[in-house]
Design a protein around this ligand. Structure first.
Ligand SMILES: [Zn+2]
Length: 334
């Protein structure tokens, strides 16, 4: 949750509110270091931390905050990282906001959209599915705290393309995935557009700064690359934004697609497709996060691009947005 939501109020008042309510009693009285943050802990479990961590309670330094498959180092003060890992059975996410006063606020801790119950959707009868396959009757969307406020240029580390995929095909899939979001491409006859774009800036030798689901470092460049991720992770995205009175403004985003554990294709509907995931479908989901869309529950919403489980290999459903995905963008980018 943002602490500077006081839209329309004077900044001075917002600061006063934060100063008054944000400080825990522990911070005012000289906090002890939390057990999870003791000096010999290289990784700090997000679930062991309070939602807001005062610097005295947890000298995070260069250490990483971990929540399942996702992890992030703490960005510079004033910045927020939204880390997401998309797996074949769900997705995991973690928000790490470094407030100007030094405190660190965590969001989405434990949000792992992999509940077994999600897979058994009572509404997903064949009839229901047939009617909603394009997600055109599903209004669900989830708004994250960041948005792209000016056209963001990104590069593709072409040299990382797996040998099974032509480099040109990979590049085009990544570019189309971006356009799917900012041109709000759907099969629902919705004619909306996002007023800012992702601009392809060409090939790059720079790395996508996504470790094993690890976010938080930022060289100022936005890069898409194939590479190695934890097994089970199809792709991971790190979106870095800086604080603002409205939405946080995205300054950089990196996406890594796991070529070590999965096969990839640009032609998922081809007869020859064997257990290969569609680059464009997966990257469309990831660009959706960069533009500030969060996950909707898989249950009842599997045909939206922002549902957390990819519908499978050798299919392209997530390429086209559903109504809820478009509504989410509409609300955010009026
Ligand atoms: Zn996701």
């Amino acid at each position: 949750m943002k602490r500077f939501l006081a839209s329309g109020l004077a900044l001075a008042f917002a600061v006063l509110v934060v100063a008054t309510f944000a400080r825990t009693p522990a911070a005012q009285t000289g906090a002890q270091v939390l057990k999870a943050c003791e000096a010999d802990e290289q990784e700090i479990e997000a679930s062991a931390l309070p939602d807001v961590v005062e610097p005295a309670e947890c000298p995070v330094g260069e250490r990483r905050i971990v929540d399942g498959l996702v992890a992030s180092v703490v960005p510079p003060a004033g910045q927020t990282v939204y880390a997401e890992v998309l797996t074949t059975s769900g997705a995991q996410e973690l928000g790490v906001q470094h407030l100007p006063d030094g405190a660190v606020e965590l969001t989405h801790v434990g949000d792992e959209s992999v509940a077994e119950a999600d897979l058994e959707d009572p509404a997903a009868t064949d009839l229901f599915r047939a009617a909603s396959r394009e997600g055109c009757s599903d209004l669900a969307n989830t708004d994250l705290d960041h948005k792209v406020t000016e056209t963001l240029a990104y590069g593709f580390r072409v040299s990382t393309t797996p040998p099974s995929l032509r480099r040109l095909a990979a590049k085009n899939a990544i570019r189309r995935g971006a356009a799917n979001v900012f041109e709000t491409r759907s099969n629902c006859r919705l004619g909306d557009h996002v007023p800012v774009a992702l601009r392809y800036g060409g090939r790059t030798g720079a790395p996508a700064q996504v470790g094993d689901g690890l976010c938080g470092t930022n060289d100022g460049r936005s890069v898409v690359a194939f590479g190695d991720l934890e097994s089970g992770a199809l792709a991971a995205a790190c979106t870095i934004s800086h604080g603002s009175l409205g939405y946080d403004e995205v300054v950089a985003a990196d996406v890594k697609i796991n070529r070590a554990d999965f096969r990839w294709t640009a032609a998922p509907n081809a007869r020859s497709c064997r257990q290969a995931y569609d680059v464009e479908a997966v990257i469309t989901h990831e660009w959706g996060h960069v533009f500030g869309l969060g996950h909707v529950p898989e249950s009842g919403h599997r045909d939206l691009t922002m549902s957390p489980i990819v519908n499978g290999p050798c299919q392209a459903a997530e390429r086209s947005l559903g109504r809820g995905d478009v509504l989410g963008l509409d609300g955010k980018y009026p």
